[in-house]
Design a protein around this ligand. Structure first.
Ligand code: ADP
Ligand code: MG
Length: 559
């Protein structure tokens, strides 16, 4: 048995990697399972071109065996295996990826896709193991070999016995320290959880014996444990299935299984794109806002998968803030991952996907608004504010995307209407889109300022949300019609005679007005006669850009 040494640089690299690439130890299992899956894929590819080889999917699997007594975790696959030379070059050389080489040699582009590319994932095993033992028998070879390493100090290779083609990796887990426990990686329940999280959509079954208990036969209330092998992963990702095969139920189940929310989704969007960047996505518009949605604690983002392997739990870059309520996942083969697979190398593809997703969500919301008003209003009740924030933020950069998704309560319709609906039924002669702000519909109904506008037969939009008026100020106009507050001193409703009359009254009551202005000194600028009142004696109005309601909001904002 010959002992080989890592080169000095490799040693350091290995240590660095083991300790710093990954943020979570649990990903070691993802890496080993991905390698096992790649190894099976390779047989599949070989079978495509080699007549002597057949590929019966049922014969291929990955098996996970925790052993608490020996403190070992074993990962077995029935893949292509490694020769002595391959063990040496692929596992003995850091950053050497046999899988990447295989992809290049075989010019693999579509369909089954091999995950490996960096040649480092395997070493993640040393985050949790003191000793890693790899016994492998390559396809077409009778002789197996055993590779063993304790990490940085090198590895050994020697001939070994192995009945079947494939690879068996035994991790001897590290001893627990005061700060770290490794016992979780021997726990069936925890292993299941990790497999589900990262490797649920590996195309081959990942099997593990799971303990169950059943009542003893003699019926005295006692239970006995028994073990049964289960396939842990679901294998075929729902997003790779044909839409026609899937029912609403399937999408709802996926939503629940993934815990995207505890409500029922209002709508799902299943996207498959085969353009310059290929990706699949399943997105959901939830029915209700999560309790922390309108707080800084809320984290937006979609799950990001690369070839069915989870890369990121919440990829924020995939969603604009104004669609932050959208839940779901994106899977792409075209991402350039960084070495830890936790981040992307550069975000060109991601940007394309994000842009694409944005317009799909917009279109779906528009469809919902058009075809299912009831549900749209439900959606709007939960997330309308976020859309309005979206119009307001970034200096109105997104107003084009969002303006047709807005709804406001209408004085005429007594329900929520769109801006388009408002403008389309504006009577001739009406110059502005009128709005009134207040705490509630009931209070706005009673506002004296609305009287003249309503009297004219003009519709008024009621703004009951703080953000409403700010959003509208950002829009400036809709279909060339400007917005106007009913408390604006110039309502744009023809004055003519009225103006003169007002001037006369102004003189007549000057003394009273001066007195009132004196009493309210510092609270108001001036008192004047108004023609807009019908049944109320007095109202407040403003001049310039900032209305009374906006002032209230601004004054209430923390500095
Ligand atoms: P990557 O998967 O990115 O190529 P790894 O460090 O995970 O890098 O693995 C290095 C190489 O070792 C792989 O490319 C592959 O050639 C080989 N390898 C690892 N695990 C297995 C396995 N279970 N069966 C066959 N070959 C394997
Ligand atoms: Mg790998």
């Amino acid at each position: 048995m010959e002992k080989k040494q890592f080169q000095a640089e490799s040693k350091r690299l290995l240590e660095m990697m083991i300790n710093s690439i990954y943020t979570k130890k649990e990903v070691f299992l993802r890496e080993l399972i991905s390698n096992a899956s790649d190894a099976i894929d390779k047989i599949y590819y070989k079978a495509l071109t080699d007549d002597a080889l057949t590929f019966d999917k049922d014969n291929y699997y990955i098996r996970i065996i925790p052993n608490k007594d020996n403190r070992t975790l074993t990962v077995i696959d029935t893949g292509i295996g490694m020769t002595k030379e391959e063990l040496e070059s692929n596992l003995g050389t850091i950053a050497k990826s046999g899988s990447l080489a295989f992809k290049k040699e075989n010019e693999i582009k579509d369909g089954y896709d091999i995950i490996g590319q960096f040649g480092v994932g395997f070493y993640a095993a040393f985050m949790v193991a003191d000793v890693v033992t790899v016994t492998s028998r390559a396809l077409g070879s009778e002789q197996a070999f055993k590779w063993e390493s304790r990490g940085a100090d090198g590895y050994t290779i020697e001939p070994a016995e192995k009945g079947d083609v494939g690879t068996e990796i035994v991790l001897t887990l590290k001893e627990n320290t005061e700060d770290e426990s490794y016992d979780e990686f021997l726990d069936e329940w925890r292993l299941k959880e990790i497999i589900k999280k990262y490797s649920d959509f590996i195309r081959y079954p990942i099997k593990m014996e799971v303990t169950h208990s059943k009542p003893k036969d003699d019926d005295n209330g006692e239970y006995v444990d028994y073990k049964e092998e289960e396939t842990i992963n679901s294998m075929v990702p729902i997003w790779k299935k044909n839409k026609s095969e899937l029912t609403d139920e399937d999408y709802i189940n996926f939503y629940n299984e993934k815990r995207y929310g505890f409500d029922k989704p209002l709508k799902h969007i299943h996207i498959r794109v085969d353009g310059t960047v290929r990706y699949n996505a399943i997105l959901y518009i939830p029915e209700r806002a999560p309790y922390d949605f309108y707080t800084p604690d809320y984290e937006k983002g979609l799950e990001l998968y690369s070839n069915g392997v989870l890369i990121m739990n919440k990829c924020a870059d995939l969603l604009p803030d104004y669609f932050s309520f959208v839940k779901g996942m994106v899977d792409s083969e075209d991402l350039s991952l960084n070495i830890s697979r936790e981040m992307l190398q550069h975000d060109r593809q991601l940007k394309v996907i994000a842009k694409n997703i944005k317009s799909k969500i917009k279109r779906e919301l528009e469809n919902l608004l058009k075809n299912d008003r009831e549900n749209y209003e439900k959606f709007y009740e939960a997330f309308g504010r976020q859309l309005k924030f979206g119009v307001y933020s970034d200096f109105g950069a997104n107003k084009e995307v969002l303006q047709d998704l807005l709804l406001f309560y209408s004085s005429k319709e007594k329900k929520l209407v769109t801006l388009a609906e408002y403008v389309d039924r504006m009577p001739e002669g009406q110059k502005y889109i009128y709005y009134a702000t207040g705490d509630s519909i009931e209070r706005i109904d009673k506002l004296p300022q609305t009287e003249l506008v309503a009297d004219k037969g003009y519709e008024i939009l009621y703004f009951t949300d703080d953000v409403d008026e700010f959003a509208i100020k950002m829009l400036l106009k809709y279909k060339e019609k400007e917005f106007k507050s009913v408390s604006d001193s110039d309502l744009g409703i023809d004055g003519g005679e009225n103006e003169k009359e007002t001037e006369a009254e102004e003189k007549e009551y000057q003394e009273l007005f001066d007195y009132m202005a004196g009493v309210l000194d510092g609270k108001i600028k001036k008192v004047k006669a108004s023609k807009r009142l019908k049944t109320h004696p007095v109202c407040l109005s403003t001049e310039g850009e900032i209305t009374i309601e906006m002032e209230k909001v601004l004054n209430a904002m923390p500095n």
